[in-house]
Design a protein around this ligand. Sequence first.
Ligand code: SF4
Length: 363
Amino acid sequence: MTTTASRANLLDLSPADAERVLRDFAESIGEQAYRGSQTVRHLWSAPAASFQAMTDLPLAFRTALESAFTIPRLALAAEQRSVDGTRKFLFRLHDGQTIETVAIPDGDRVTLCISSQAGCALQCSFCATGLMGFYRNLLPSEIAGQVRELALLAEPVRPTNIVFMGMGEPLMNWKAVQVVLTILNDPKGFAIGARHITVSTVGVLPGIQALAKRPEQFRLAISVHAPSDELRRQLMPVNIKFPLEQVIDAAASFSRRVTFEYVMLGGVNDQPAHAVALSALAKRCGAFVNLIPLHPGGAGSYTPTSPEGIKRFAGAIARQGVEVAVRKSRGTDIAAACGQLRVERLRRRAPRSPNQDGEVEVA
Ligand code: SF4
């Protein structure tokens, strides 16, 4: 009997690679090559829960596929629904790790916020995921699998937009994320337009350069959160390795539109001088500024800036000639900030370092 370990996971491959492998496989067992192409649509665009569920394929071919390949599922461990329609999913992976995915409906759009790592090594002081430490990088099948699982629900969720803003730093898992970007965008994958796919990073420079080299129009969001090195170092230890100046330079040389993410921390980064300094950085790279109200239940002892304070801060940025928006708070009744559901489940055990459970892989 073939073991799971010896069977290739088709969901870790790009659609083109999967098709090549499947066509070769079909021919190797005396089937028509087109059966391989027929199988690819069941990986992402019309996903099937199992090989046996691919009922347009002959039974013998389905059984042969089953003995040679896997299409692993993520187990849905919990789901929460907010009164505003936001849905949060906790998936359990084969090794017991759990990751979160948030679906945010807004009119005709559904934005899916996906995770790229189990935990995160970067320990931003305001972030629930940072509090739990790093466990491991996710595989392509576990990242794109979040989108796939929602398409397999009894009432499927089909996102129009994807943001890599869930747990983890996507550009520290570039090896997997680059495959996932292809799966998301490819017409034989999920066929989501590149302009509707945003990679959000704290500013991992090699990763930004790698993303910039991709020909597709993927969007880049930079988690700025402080307009000076001094303050940013306090909030985000990663600023020591990738200082703000260099991150802004990298954003300025990114040929496509960049967004700055800026979480509003009462009395910390929300003063008029911060607005002026942030505007100057945004002007340097033509960035759009997204102000994020602090979600209750995150990490640290921060207090949210008041709605009036956020409005004033936004006004100060707009007066500098920079485009700015305040992100709507969604799912506040269901712990929808990144990492919160998992953190609640783990009951706040001690943070771990990257070296305890594996290496963080930079682009
Ligand atoms: S804000 Fe993002 S990069 Fe920072 S600790 Fe949280 S998940 Fe990691």
